[in-house]
Ligand binder design. Structure first.
Ligand code: ASP
Length: 291
């Protein structure tokens, strides 16, 4: 039985096969591949895209979904999360998709369950399905020619699990990474170069991934307002100029803070393509893990 806790759970070959399957699934045809399977979704943190993406992916494959409403669950009655999950597992679901603010929780929980666990985001640590859909989108955009392509991840890299997963995954496929962020959002130690200003990298990148400021994970206030941050880190037409750069963002986008209105209309941004690819990637992952 295989879990997806981090992207390292899949070998490079497995990821290449997964992407082949993803391409086939992009026609969004409904099938009965997972007919009779039951998938439990337990999100302890907010989500729009990831949750609906997993639900649509499951339904497209004919599986049934049980979405646990954590707000009204027995956690309010004093039950630990480990006991809640052990009880769900005792009902014999075919897979469990979990999101939680605690770094490492999906991995710990995997010891309590006998079905595959998919990590839909754990704190600042990992968001493997997001990184896989990002990589897939990049590969599709460059027609497979991605070796040596340079990507700058811009914004709150330190608190972002999307960055956490991408910094592990993308170099495995030959991409060169750097980060652009104010000092307060930079890693204390990084094997990839970190820059303070977009102007330091803009003439030397093929891809920019913009990130949302993860206010919910901050223990102190770093900026008087996000507008102040945006003055230096918002991706605008002025910043991009005529350069041929692919622009990505995992969503939700803070308009005119992360990316300007005009860049959100610009065809160089493939943000909605990322969302579409995300459903197909998650279909391929569910097909792979659920036996
Ligand atoms: N949706 C992504 C996540 O869950 C990115 C974000 O929230 O900024 O981490």
């Amino acid at each position: 039985m295989q879990n997806l806790i981090t992207t390292s759970d899949f070998t490079k070959e497995e990821i290449i096969d997964l992407f082949e399957d993803t391409k086939q699934l992009l026609d969004f045809k409904s099938s009965e591949v997972l007919k009779g399977k039951i998938i439990v979704i337990v999100f302890f943190e907010n989500s729009t895209r990831t949750r609906s993406s997993f639900e649509i992916a499951s339904k497209r494959l004919g599986a049934q979904i049980v979405s646990l409403d954590v707000g009204t669950s027995s956690r309010n009655k004093g039950e630990t999360i480990f006991d809640t999950v052990a009880n769900i597992n005792a009902m014999k679901p075919d897979a469990l998709i979990i999101r939680h603010s605690k770094w490492g929780l999906p991995e710990t929980l995997s010891k309590y369950v006998t079905c595959p666990i998919i990590n839909a985001g754990d704190g600042e640590h990992a968001h493997p399905t997001q990184a896989l859909l990002d990589l897939f989108t990049i590969i599709e955009h460059f027609n497979g020619d991605i070796k040596g392509k340079k990507i700058a991840i811009i914004g709150d890299v330190k608190s972002s699990r999307v960055c956490g997963s991408n910094k592990r995954l993308l170099p495995r496929f030959g991409l060169e990474l750097c980060f652009v962020a104010p000092k307060c959002f930079q890693y204390e130690n990084s094997e990839h170069k970190q820059y303070d200003n977009i102007s330091d990298i803009i003439d030397n990148v093929d891809i920019i991934m913009s990130l949302r400021t993860q206010l919910e994970r901050h223990h102190e206030q770093f900026f008087e307002s996000l507008n102040e941050y945006a003055k230096n880190y918002c991706i605008t037409k002025e910043v991009f100029g005529n350069r041929d750069i692919l622009l990505l963002h995992p969503g939700p986008v803070n308009r005119n803070i992360d990316i300007s209105d005009d860049m959100l209309k610009d065809p160089r941004n493939k943000i909605l393509e990322q969302v579409t690819n995300g459903v197909a990637i998650r279909m391929a992952i569910l097909k792979k893990l659920i036996k």
